[in-house]
Design a protein around this ligand. Structure first.
Ligand code: EPU
Length: 338
């Protein structure tokens, strides 16, 4: 929608907040992207995917390039592995469904993660014991300055927990146009140990799950816990789960013996931010038109404001509350666009 010569971004962000851009273009191929990047007017453009991990704090002064590059296909296969290529504009869950339908294993635990394929490597999406990096083959990217294409392998991406080189050294340097995954054709490596995946499968009456069963279980868990952005604006987990030195975790455990925590390596543990936020009293608490979700405290929910900055104000209140109670600083997982 165009208003006063600006384009509304409200339908392009899953928080559903109002923000506008002076210039907006939708791109359907990497060639078209290369052309657009030559255009001086789009030099500093914001690259937008599904808008599911973004919070607009104000109207934008820069242009927006929305990536809608389609296509899913197998580009290479052996008896055991198929390499699947997906355009950056493919809806991530559609890719998962395509792989499950074609009996290609590896991303079934990542069912129903909102967003598009192009964003998946940026934050190394993960859920239920699987991260994109586990199945990542490579990504086709375009250098924003030179327009040259480059292939990034796993090493180049430097993946971490909700992290990659695209968020650090290479921030804003490249645009992902396609992602290729190495998936199993048989003897799938099923991961059912995380959270209540096993329990949910048992409730479904399944004792010997296949990848489709796991996908269904994950969809069920997510649907029960996470609000549907079409009904309630949100961007999934708003914060990262903090990774703290083991000593700090031990100190907190003395005071809160029931605090859930996960071993990361010999130096660090991870504490679920949802637990910290719940204990700090913010779970299900609504302040005006914003609040933390009542079924998963890690999800910041928009109950009807048009102002991204009100959501951010609430997030900061939550951060302060957690810092005060536990001495831990939460870090947003969602990208703030000022
Ligand atoms: N918890 C609470 N209260 C809450 C929520 C969680 O006490 O309100 C505690 C519980 O002990 C629970 C633990 O936190 O067992 C972990 O909760 P959950 O399994 O829901 O996972 P999470 O750590 O909160 C992460 C991802 C999610 C992903 C799930 C499942 C991050 C930031 N979030 O959440 O990803 O779906 O694991 O694997 O790592 C997303 O990134 O948008 C997202 C939804």
């Amino acid at each position: 929608m165009k208003k006063n010569n600006t384009v509304s971004l409200q339908e392009y962000n899953t928080f559903g907040v109002a923000a506008s851009t002076p210039l907006f273009v939708e791109i359907k191929s990497s060639l078209a992207l290369q052309e657009k990047l030559k255009d001086e007017a789009f030099k500093d453009a914001l690259i937008l995917g599904g808008g599911s991990n973004i919070l607009f704090l104000a109207d934008l002064s820069k242009p927006v390039i929305k990536i809608s590059i389609p296509g899913i296909r197998i580009i290479n296969e052996t008896e055991q592995i198929a390499v699947v290529s997906a355009g950056a504009g493919v809806v991530w869950h559609d890719l998962v469904m395509w792989c499950v339908a074609n009996n290609l294993g590896g991303i079934e635990n990542l069912s129903l993660i909102p967003g598009l394929v192009g964003a998946a490597p940026i934050q190394n999406i993960g859920a239920y014991g699987v991260e994109l990096s586990d199945v990542f083959y490579d990504a086709l990217c375009i250098n924003r300055k030179t327009g040259e294409s480059r292939i990034f392998n796993v090493k180049d991406c430097d993946f971490g927990y909700r992290d990659s080189a695209f968020k650090n050294d290479l921030k804003d340097a490249y645009v992902v146009t396609a992602v290729r995954l190495a998936l199993t054709k048989k003897n799938h490596n099923l991961k059912t140990n995380y959270g209540n995946v096993k329990e949910t499968l048992a409730q479904m009456g399944i004792t010997k799950p296949n990848i489709e069963d796991i996908s269904k279980a994950v969809v069920q868990i997510r649907t029960n816990k996470l609000p549907d952005p079409k009904k309630l604006g949100n961007a999934g987990s708003f914060f990262k789960n903090p990774i703290v030195p083991k000593g700090e975790c031990a100190r907190l455990l003395l005071q809160y013996p029931n605090m859930p925590h996960y071993h990361i390596d010999s130096n660090f543990d991870k504490i679920p931010a949802g637990w910290l936020i719940e204990q700090a009293g913010f779970k299900g608490l609504k302040k005006g038109k914003v609040g933390m979700h009542d079924k998963q405290a890690l999800v910041l929910v928009n109950y009807g404001t048009l102002y991204g900055k009100l959501l951010w104000k609430h997030a900061k209140l939550v951060m302060e509350g957690v810092e005060k109670k536990f001495g831990i600083s939460l870090e947003p997982e969602v990208n703030l666009i000022r």
